[in-house]
Design a protein around this ligand. Structure first.
Ligand SMILES: *Cc1c(COP(=O)(O)O)cnc(C)c1O
Length: 523
């Protein structure tokens, strides 16, 4: 085999400590089955604190609204509800998420309702005093009508804007940032009509600010959008409205891969493989959107930039410090000068290091007689662990069974007697004992396309039946967003864990309440 191309995960404490406790993790999967989702509610509180430190550094006020859609867990939402009410809120995008937030301890005034909304969602949001982040002028009309018809109180609203582009002469050196098209929000060029509609509806709604959410890593584009929101709010103030906040959405990102050099090496190798100058490193030549056109790599790789040293709070800090193109002041100064609150809606980044997905190795066999590559079938499918679906490439951590319960593994493997395990004493495949192995990770569905990864994953040694693979950092979108019940395979159970007195305690996600110590007597 060529030199292994690792993409080892970035794991910090306490997630790193949890990965060290193999017997605990094995006992959890023994009891609760594979796949299993493990969450660390204390880690989400730590991330809130890191975002708040950026607010403090820039002397800004406003709320961190957790974008609920990133994870359906109760433990995480309850842990966040226990945080400082002035600092932490939740962003909900459906009636059920709203109900879940309310049932988890969030009061209506800490809830932001985003995305396109049906009448039930609008009514419940208005009824409990949530802020409605308006997606369109039509939604404004609908909300105002509901408020009037049902005698609800005046509802705080933000308007979500989209279609930002720099005005001629404002882009610097004649450049013109193209507007990013979005299905959501009201295009800024229609903002004047929106303002008129807001004035007409002022008996039913109170404008409290402007919002955007851009699905990009481009920090300049976001700074420009922030500026345009501030300018829009200036217009609103000039017309007698009294907005006081800019909501810059989410998209602060996560660094999944620890080592920049490994990321560089792998992406370079992918290009070489597409050009045919090195053997394929993906299943059946899958190229992640790249193609070879006459000896040149073309296309854009549909990959998340998995090595990101400055993601999350660091990215927010960078955005706030950037000299803004048109108004000449960094966004933080702009917000301070206007006395605007800053709201953010982080999903993925607030869940950085907050969880992992565990899968049992069911079967290990050679891809073919002579490739030296193996197919590892796991007790999970691509819906249970959907980093690949999001273009995030990062290695799992191998948690060998043998070091925790030798006898069970041997019995297990003798019973199966697979051809690949006939090589040595305990039916072990040849690359046992510290030799790196290249494996494809397949799921538990009878479906050719059910691959956990479509690339060759390098592990420090070949896994064996009964081992666990731990996919670190799956709390954001990867552990329950795409889960389904095809073939009646089990949905992953989810547990919350917490370290207490040197050992780990756990409880089912739905039984977690933010009362320490977990599983013990409430303090
Ligand atoms: C999805 C979403 C977010 C969260 O985005 P992340 O990339 O997970 O931070 C925030 N706001 C809105 C409106 C969203 O749709």
């Amino acid at each position: 085999m060529d030199a292994p191309l690792y993409l080892r995960p970035r794991v910090d404490p306490p997630l790193a400590d949890l990965l060290e406790d193999r017997s605990f993790l094995h006992s959890l999967v023994d009891a609760l089955g594979s796949p299993l989702n493990v969450l660390l509610p204390e880690a989400v509180a730590g991330n809130v604190a890191r975002f708040r430190a950026v607010y403090d550094r820039h002397r800004l006020t406003g709320r961190v609204y957790f974008a609920h859609k990133a994870n359906g867990s109760s433990a995480l939402v309850r842990r966040l509800a226990a945080g400082d009410p002035a600092a932490v809120g939740v962003d909900v995008a459906s009636t059920e998420e709203l109900r879940h937030a309310l049932g988890s301890g969030f009061t209506g005034d800490r809830i932001m309702a985003t995305g396109p909304k049906d009448p039930e969602f609008l009514w419940l949001a208005a009824r409990v005093g949530a802020t409605v982040n308006l997606d369109s002028p039509g939604e404004l009309e609908q909300l105002a009508a509901l408020v009037r018809a049902h005698g609800l109180g005046r509802v705080d609203v933000l308007v979500r804007l989209s279609g930002f582009e720099s005005a001629p002469g404002h882009g610097g050196a004649g450049t013109r940032l193209l507007s990013r098209r979005s299905r959501f929000g009201t295009p800024v060029r229609e903002a004047r009509d929106l303002l008129t509609a807001l004035e007409r509806a002022s008996d039913a709604v109170a404008l409290t600010g402007a919002a955007y959410h851009l699905d990009t890593t481009g920090v300049e584009e976001k700074a420009r959008a922030l500026e345009l929101c501030v300018l829009f709010l200036d217009d609103c103030r000039a017309r007698g409205l009294a907005p006081r906040a800019v909501d810059i959405g989410g998209g602060f990102g996560v660094g999944y891969v620890r080592d920049a050099a490994e990321w560089e090496r792998w992406t370079t190798a992918l290009s070489e493989a597409v050009l045919g100058t090195r053997p394929p490193l993906t299943w059946r030549g899958h190229a992640y959107g790249l193609r070879n056109e006459g000896g040149t790599v073309r296309g854009a790789a549909a990959l998340y930039p998995a090595h990101r040293p400055d993601a999350g709070p660091g990215y927010l800090d960078e955005l706030l410090s950037l000299p803004a193109p048109a108004l000449g002041r960094p966004p933080a100064t702009l917000l301070l000068d206007h006395l605007h609150d800053l709201h953010i809606e982080p999903g993925r980044s607030l869940l950085d290091q907050c969880g992992m997905s565990l899968a049992r190795v069911l079967d290990v066999r050679r891809v073919d007689a002579d490739s030296g590559q193996y197919l590892v079938r796991l007790g999970m499918n691509a819906g249970d662990m959907s980093l690949e679906e999001h273009g995030v490439l990062v290695d799992p951590v191998l948690l060998p069974r043998a070091e925790t319960d030798r006898g069970e593994t041997d019995r297990d493997e003798t019973n199966r007697g697979d051809r690949n395990r006939g090589d040595r004493g305990h039916g072990e495949p040849r690359s046992r004992g510290g030799t790196p192995a290249g494996v494809y990770l397949a799921g538990n569905l009878c479906l050719e396309g059910d691959l956990i990864t479509r690339r060759l994953v390098h592990l420090p040694r070949l896994p064996r039946t009964g081992d666990l693979l731990a996919f670190a950092n799956t709390a954001g979108y990867a552990m329950d967003f795409h889960a389904h019940r095809a073939q009646r395979q089990p949905l992953a159970r989810t547990v919350a864990v917490q370290q207490a007195g040197g050992s780990w305690r756990w409880c089912p996600d739905e039984d977690y309440w933010p009362i320490t110590p977990l599983g013990g007597t409430p303090a």
